[in-house]
Design a protein around this ligand. Structure first.
Ligand code: 5GP
Ligand code: ZN
Length: 114
């Protein structure tokens, strides 16, 4: 845990959030500033700064995050589709330096992004 990291503190329960799923390795909570009717952030509890910081040892964890996202999409009834976004680094528009997967849905989404 990185005590200066917002999402580490959310994962540790130090900062309240609307948690929709949690296990020993992963936590999912609603984004404070949703861009769609469903906007959930899925994060590893381990502090990984971004997608650019992934290592081989994270493969199983990343797979588990993907299947948790699929289950959350089902729970949230996103039967017409959804989008998973991982903003990475400055050009990718990442504002919180703890790897997070945005699960966005509940309305038709534009493509391409700006
Ligand atoms: P990024 O821009 O790094 O891809 O995404 C960061 C996301 O975290 C943004 O969508 C932002 O609304 C969300 N966020 C920032 N601070 C908080 C917070 O304290 N609680 C929650 N639930 N979401 C946050
Ligand atoms: Zn962190």
């Amino acid at each position: 845990m990185n005590k200066d990291c917002l999402f580490c503190r959310i994962a540790a329960g130090e900062i309240p959030s609307d948690i929709v799923f949690e296990n020993e390795r992963i936590v999912a909570f609603r984004d404070i500033n949703p861009v769609a009717p469903v906007h959930i952030l899925v994060i590893p509890k381990e502090h990984i700064a971004s997608m650019a910081h992934l290592k081989e040892e994270h493969q199983a964890l990343m797979g588990e995050i993907m299947t948790s996202i699929q289950k959350l999409a089902e729970q949230e009834k996103l039967d017409d589709g959804f989008r998973v976004v991982v903003n990475t680094g400055r050009d990718g528009g990442q504002t919180v330096s703890h790897l997070h997967f945005h699960l966005i849905g509940g309305r038709g989404l534009q493509w391409p992004p700006g």
